[in-house]
Every structure is written in structure tokens, then in C-alpha cells.
Design a protein around this ligand. Structure first.
Ligand code: NI
Length: 256
């Protein structure tokens, strides 16, 4: 059995056939799926979905590209959503310097990131972090502002050196479709070196479909393709990958 630890099934791409997508996930052996919000609206939507389907869980948070909507009221609303049992994480939050080049606005991203880390600490919830082209500042913030917090750098794209620092903090790396791409760069080297108890698998659906579905809409059933590639790179069996990545997800997100 597998757990897709990061996706976005509230996305309108799934509005027509969401039930079919969930059925295919179950058939593929995906026993649980965690959807993450990126705005207040999508956070409300993923929390609602989790209420309606037993295999779905939710994370709530404001994505670094959506920081303009973040204020005290938003923060209070996220906290209110998190009182639901099926809301098990804060995310996705973090830094995105790929789309944001302005240094002033990057500072605001950092501030909003740190405020949501504080929220996670108050609520005693794990954190799912988005880090795109911001590895240095993300690591610095985790080292200084994430005391007593646990979490994952989702869709990990940093160096092995950075990954080792992340593991030192007891944080996980999330691996998805890009591992199966021909141009996966340093990712195979990173996952090969990763301790068993520091890896999660995910799809980030509807984005980043793994080979052989690359370019198509992604969905949770395809997390198996990520697991297969992980098995190949780490020279382990698919059963081993399934067993420990599922145990890791249950451990981090306290899913029973
Ligand atoms: Ni995502």
C-alpha cells in the first residue's frame, strides 16, 4: 500500500471525474491521499473534501505565490480549519524565488512563511514546505525558525549537501514525478543517499506527472510510478519502498 503525501484534488482539473480518480488510486494500492491548499479558498476546499472521503486528508496554508491574501484574519481562519480531525498539516507554505525576483517581496514571503511556521507550532501540526530556487533561505529559516517542528521539503529539488542538513533537522524530503524524468539532474544522487526514514513519495497532482504519463494530467494512482523509480535507483524492492514510505507518512502526519 502507498500514500500520496502531496496533491491537489480540489483542483478544477478533477471536477468532472474526481470519484473515478479516487477509484483508480484505490485499485493502484493508494490507501491515503493528502491534499494541500495554497490559498484560503483551496484550503477550505481540501478540508471539505477530507470530510467527504475517508481516504483523504488535508493540509491548510498560504503558498508563497499567494502571500498578498495573508493577514491575521487569514491566519485565524486557517487555525479554525485545523480544528478538524482530518486537517493534519500546515502547508503548502514556503518560498518561491523562481517566480518572485523582487527582493522586497521575497522578504514578505519569508515573513509569511515564518508566521505560518509559528501557527504550526501553536497547533502542534507538521509542515509541508514548498521551496523553489530558494534552498539557502529555506534551510536558514528551518534551522532558525522551525524549532520543535517536523515536516517535509516537498518536491525536493535541492542539492545532496542541503538534503543532509534537512535530514539533520529530522525533516523529510518528498519525491515525485521529476525523479522519473531524463533530466532529473541531482535528484537520483540525493534519493540514493537518503536514509530510509527520511523519504516520502508524492504526486503533486495535477502537476508533474511521472513517466510514462509525463505531460498528461497527474493523479494519485501514478505515485506507484514514483515508487518504482525509487526502487530502481535505490536498488530495493517495490514492497520495501511501499512499506517504509507509508510508515514514514503515517509517522509524520499521524495517520493511523
Ligand atoms: Ni503542491
Amino acid at each position: 500500500m502507498f500514500i500520496d503525501t502531496h496533491c491537489h484534488l480540489e483542483d478544477e482539473n478533477f471536477s468532472v471525474d474526481r470519484a473515478e480518480v479516487l477509484k483508480r488510486a484505490k485499485l493502484a494500492g493508494v490507501e491515503a491521499i493528502i491534499n494541500f491548499g495554497s490559498t484560503l479558498q483551496s484550503s477550505i476546499a481540501v478540508a471539505e473534501l477530507a470530510k467527504n472521503f475517508s481516504e483523504l486528508y488535508a493540509g491548510v496554508g498560504i503558498h508563497p505565490e499567494e502571500i498578498d491574501a495573508f493577514d491575521e484574519k487569514t491566519c485565524a481562519k486557517l487555525a479554525e480549519l485545523a480544528t478538524d480531525k482530518k486537517v493534519i498539516a500546515i502547508g503548502e507554505i514556503g518560498l518561491d524565488y523562481h517566480w518572485e525576483k523582487d527582493s522586497q517581496r521575497r522578504m514578505i514571503q519569508q515573513k509569511v512563511f515564518i508566521e505560518q511556521l509559528d501557527l504550526a507550532r501553536q497547533l502542534n501540526l507538521p509542515v509541508c514546505v514548498h521551496d523553489r530556487d530558494a534552498h539557502g533561505d529555506t534551510l536558514k529559516i528551518l534551522q532558525t525558525e522551525a524549532k520543535n517542528l517536523r515536516g517535509v521539503l516537498h518536491c525536493y529539488s535541492g542539492s545532496l549537501e542541503t538534503a543532509r542538513e534537512v535530514w539533520k533537522l529530522g525533516w523529510f524530503i518528498g519525491v515525485d514525478g521529476p525523479l522519473t524524468f531524463k533530466n532529473s539532474a541531482k535528484l537520483p544522487e540525493v534519493v540514493k543517499a537518503a536514509p530510509r526514514d527520511m523519504i516520502l513519495i508524492e504526486t503533486d497532482a495535477p502537476y508533474l506527472a511521472p513517466v510514462p504519463f509525463r505531460g498528461k494530467r497527474n493523479e494519485p494512482a501514478y505515485v506507484v510510478e514514483v515508487a518504482k523509480k525509487l526502487a530502481e535507483v535505490r536498488v530495493e524492492t517495490l514492497e520495501e519502498i511501499a512499506a517504509y514510505t507509508t510508515a514514514n507518512a503515517k509517522n509524520l502526519y499521524k495517520i493511523s
